[in-house]
Design a protein around this ligand. Structure first.
Ligand code: SAH
Length: 228
């Protein structure tokens, strides 16, 4: 587990620990590396200032531009599902606040994250830099086409909901790779877990119901009034 800059371990350490304890009790989460990452990354630095007091409740919160920081349980769940190894190269679609990105950065060798909203990406980059997580690259473009120059990826996490996993992302998955994505319509989805076997065969498993903001782009949904 990589270290993060000093402020992470100072303020809000107790609320953060309480949040993790609750997640363990309520959902039976057991992945120690993931729980340690949640205990380490200061979620209060990823929410708007007026919501800092809500930062350690198990809720998604608005981050501006019609988007949300994901619920801690969902971040834990998706990260555990991916089973990220410390040599893995990970692609994330939808950096948003950068919170999930930071969690992945403490577990993986390298994290590439794509965000389509420039303002959110700039803010996320600032937070990642403040935490001194050097193994992260965030860029602004439509993530439904993937990041071909950095492919293949051992793990791919899509943090916005699509009708179906974009083919480009499945193509950019390495052998033995895993991809987690919420698939469904705009209002409700299920968490889908794809596994690419060494022989190239892709297995698809349907998981629990979830609610995410839409993945907007060439191989996702069309633009909405709420999202710029
Ligand atoms: N996990 C993030 C929240 C992600 S919300 C966090 O914890 O903060 C989903 C994000 O996906 C939003 O910021 C949205 O702008 C972004 N998004 C939607 N479609 C996208 C696309 N095609 N490419 C990249 N990012 C996209």
């Amino acid at each position: 587990m990589k270290t993060v800059a000093g402020q992470a371990d100072g303020a809000y350490r107790f609320p953060r620990r309480r949040m993790v304890t609750k997640l363990v009790k309520q959902y039976g989460l057991r992945d120690k590396r993931v729980l340690a990452a949640l205990e380490r990354i200061p979620r209060h630095l990823f929410v708007p200032e007026h919501l800092v007091n809500e930062a350690y409740s198990d809720r998604a919160l608005p981050i501006g531009c019609g988007q949300t920081i994901s619920q801690p349980y969902i971040v834990a769940r998706m990260t555990a599902e991916l089973d990220v190894g410390d040599e893995d190269s990970v692609l994330e679609i939808g950096a948003g606040s950068g919170y999930q990105t930071a969690i992945l950065a403490t577990l993986a060798r390298r994290v590439y994250s794509i965000e389509r909203v420039g303002r959110l990406a700039r803010e996320a980059i600032g937070r990642i830099q403040a935490l001194q997580l050097p193994n992260v690259k965030i860029q602004v473009f439509d993530g439904t086409v993937g990041w071909s120059s950095a492919a293949p990826f051992d793990r791919i996490l899509v943090a916005a909901a699509a009708p179906r996993a974009p083919d480009a992302l499945l193509d950019q998955l390495a052998p033995d790779g895993r991809l987690v994505i919420p698939e469904g319509d705009r209002d409700e989805q299920r968490l889908i877990d794809y596994r690419k076997h060494r022989n190239g065969v892709v297995e698809r498993r349907v998981g629990e119901p979830v609610r995410f903001v839409p993945l907007i782009g060439r191989h996702g949904w069309k633009k909405t009034a709420a999202a710029p």
